[in-house]
Design a protein around this ligand. Structure first.
Ligand SMILES: Cc1cc2nc3c(=O)[nH]c(=O)nc-3n(C[C@H](O)[C@H](O)[C@H](O)COP(=O)(O)O)c2cc1C
Length: 168
């Protein structure tokens, strides 16, 4: 039986919650760590590595990207939370960017994205200079933020569990 580790990076808890839901359905020997608790020397203790990230500027957050860069010849799977719809053009770009990182030196068995509410602090910053120039709070953006504000929810947890049940 494969030994699996799930490592998540989460600033405001969205990604941690999805990770904890996925962890429940993993069979066999398993461990879960936050990125702060995990270090690269531990990688070789596992056959299969599940990585959870929050989306930052259109890709996985920097701590998870750094960790991926240190992994070789493992079976990888990822999950991520983001403010945009996973099915949007932005969501698809995120997925493909992370897929590319994961397939460089490893075998990717799957990846799952879901909505995650955007932190109030970030919304506040988007209303002010300089972020208001890059990400102005247009009605469309406000609708997207509002749409994400109740996620991840029970349906997201269920979808995440089902997805991972199928690929593991
Ligand atoms: C600095 C920052 C940058 C972000 N960049 C993006 C982004 O490029 N695309 C996106 O869809 N969401 C973006 N988000 C939203 C987060 O990815 C989303 O809210 C996520 O669920 C946060 O996860 P966490 O609670 O695990 O930290 C950003 C959030 C922050 C704070």
């Amino acid at each position: 039986m494969k030994k699996t580790v799930l490592i998540y990076s989460s600033l405001t808890g969205n990604t941690r919650k999805v990770g904890e839901a996925i962890f429940e359905i993993i069979d066999g020997e398993k461990e879960i760590y936050s990125i702060e608790e995990f270090n690269s020397k531990m990688i070789d203790n596992y056959d299969r590595i599940i990585l959870g990230f929050w989306v930052d500027k259109g890709t996985a957050d920097s701590r998870i990207r750094k960790l991926i860069g240190n992994i070789r010849n493992k079976e990888l799977a990822f999950f991520g939370t983001l403010g945009a719809e996973p099915s949007s053009e932005h969501g698809k770009k995120v997925y493909n960017r992370v897929k590319l990182l994961c397939t460089k030196h490893n075998t990717l068995i799957g990846g799952f994205l879901c909505l995650g509410k955007v932190a109030d602090k970030l919304i506040e910053r988007m209303g002010k200079f300089p972020l208001n120039l890059i990400h102005p709070l247009t009605p469309e953006r406000m609708t997207r933020i509002e749409n994400a504000s109740s996620h991840p929810n029970e349906v997201d947890f269920k979808n995440a569990k089902n997805y991972f049940k199928n690929i593991l």
